[in-house]
Design a binder for this molecule. Sequence first.
Ligand code: ADQ
Length: 767
Amino acid sequence: MRILSWRLIVALVIGVTLVNVASSWYEVRSRKDALRSELERKAGTLGQSLAATAQLYLQAGDRDGLEEWIERFGSSENLLGIGVYGGDGSVLAITPALNSLMPGLPRILTDAVQANRPENNYMRLRFRRVYVLAIPLHGPKGAIIGGILMVHDTAYIRNEIFIVWGRVFVRIMLQVLVIVAITILIVRWSLTKPIARVADWIKALRTGQHAPPPTPGDMDFLLPLTREMAPLARSIETARGAAATEARLRNANESEWTAQRLAAHVRSRLQGSSLFVVANREPYIHNWRDGEIQVSVPASGLVAAIEPILCACNGTWVAHGSGSADTQVTDEHDRLQVPPDEPLYTLRRIWLSAEEEGGYYYGFANEGLWPLCHNAHTRPIFRAKDWEHYYNVNQKFADALVEEIGADEHPVVLIQDYHFALLPRMVKNRLPHARIAIFWHIPWPNPESFEICPWERELLDGLLGADLIGFHVRAHCNNFLNTVDHVLEARIDWEHFSVKRNDHMSLVLPFPISVECCDDTAVRPETDVADERRAVLKEAGVEATYIGVGVDRIDYTKGIVERFQAVESFLERYPGYQGKFTFFQLGAPTRTHIKRYADFQAEVEAEANRINARFRRGRWSPIVLLVRQHSKPEVQRYYRIAHLCMVTSLHDGMNLVAKEFVAARKDERGVLILSQFTGAARELRDAIIVNPYDIEATGDAIAQALRMDVNEIAERMRRMRSTIREHNIYWWASSLIGTLCEVRLEQMEPAPAPANDRANDRVTVGI
Ligand code: ADQ
């Protein structure tokens, strides 16, 4: 950096000096010319008047008078001397100074007399710079009778020029000083310090210490470099984390699942086959923000689990392109390579019109299937128009999927959720050699409930196109098998949990989904947690000693109103906690296009306001309701500071919030209050299990949690963490894909049209 600084400084100094000298040279030249012109003009005027006087003396023949007069004028300012010469070249009168400088007849005078006009010249006389002017003298009739010579000293012009050059020099010196100072400061601020900070960061990465990445300002001019460095840094951190986990696992002789292990495992299971994932939600969303395209990753456990596999086997993810700038970044086949930093797999986007989205997503999936599958006392709404969209969108995804699979001989297809119940059959009919699994993320109801759906046969038939159908828990598998038994002609094998229908077998098995767990490094000291808690309370403008937290989409299945009522009941029956316990509810607005959801959000807000109005005093409030989508780090912050977390779903396939809370508590503190109607309640037996409909009992659970002995809290949390660590999201993905890869494919003939048991009497669209 020092060499660069010097180079910069020297180059700038030379440049500045050259420019200054060039422009000053002209300035000096013109000053010199002006001084000379002035001298010539003054000398000319003086010469003419002296010549006239000398002529008078000569005509009068008064040599003594001439000599006396010459003596008088010969010592004026800058005038070195005067000489008057006769027509024969004899000296008639001369000042002594001139006589010693120019003895004899000067050549310039002879030239002036011969040419009969004044002559002038600048010359050196005995190391003096002088200006000489010679003028011919005339008699009364105009005949030349001699000449007069005047010599001016020009040293003052030279002095003046030196002064000008001196000023130029000072100016150049000042500019050079300013330039050097500015260069040094710029180099320090914009180069040396940012580079030092980036170097410190790289060093910290190399040595495995945690260091925050440099600020965007530091990165600014190093942008091309940092564009490459940022992913490299992430890769190093991930690789280091993976290596540490592997070492820990080897040491503990455990077999915890990691993203790397999952990727390696699935790659070996796929044996060169390609993996195709279909989900409504895409893993990367491009949106216009402030005139720029920005990419975001939805906070989703599914992306975390599936992405390493797709990266490892160069797979394809097919999803609805819902971002405002999604179309701008895809190619002519609606594809793009992701992750954006290090493209490793293909994202194929499907475009849906607002009408299609309304019918398929909001209508059939979320107003129909969602309440149908959840026992939450909201009546499902089934409209023929929505069904038509649901069918057509499934068909659209099937077309895209078949196009993506192309001539692949061993495709493995993993379909996500209730948005695509028809897709397995649609794909299986066209590609019998494809291995297809569908994972149903929500509960499956009992046969009587499911029968409400006018298209229950079509849905079941669609699902049975899959080779593997996954639910979170065994009870949902049983409900599904019972429903098939009830509705369709099929052979159920209860021993192996399979359905055989039209020579095709589908396995129906539980795969409890989970979260990434558990990074046990660097547990934060309790004082940090207490500080963080104070900060959260201050931000909310609330004073409290104990904090409870709930994190949900504002969905009527999540039991949020019942949870608030349990807080109310707790405060009523344990008044000692009034003024001390505050419950923070993080509520993400969801599906607000649907009236039931908009109404429910208003109901949740009204209930929080009612309870707050009843109990609020001073700076304490029982409930803080934060209605917005929070970032993942924000949610984690609430998990870490809470004394208890409440999950009171009326019905829930699994519920990841319960598992996220446990995964976040490295400090083995915090109590989980968990609804018995969640899938998670089957695994997390060390939570306080509650029936959310029993408001008083749930209120008692809050008191039990706050009074629980710290050792018991730690013991319960340790056991729950161990469960989740063993059965984390990578374990889930490996079990699901591993099982799918092992399924024996029955050789089926491609069906001419989708199988449909009641195609003749019930179908409303062209299937
Ligand atoms: P969901 O019904 O969405 O999932 P859940 O499993 O609880 O329910 O997952 C919600 C996710 O959203 C969690 O990761 C949570 O952190 C996040 N979240 C909720 N509120 C938030 C907020 N205000 N801000 C930010 N993030 C928020 C469906 C099924 C579940 C099943 C999952 C996975 O209904 O039963 O567990 O799929 O299969």
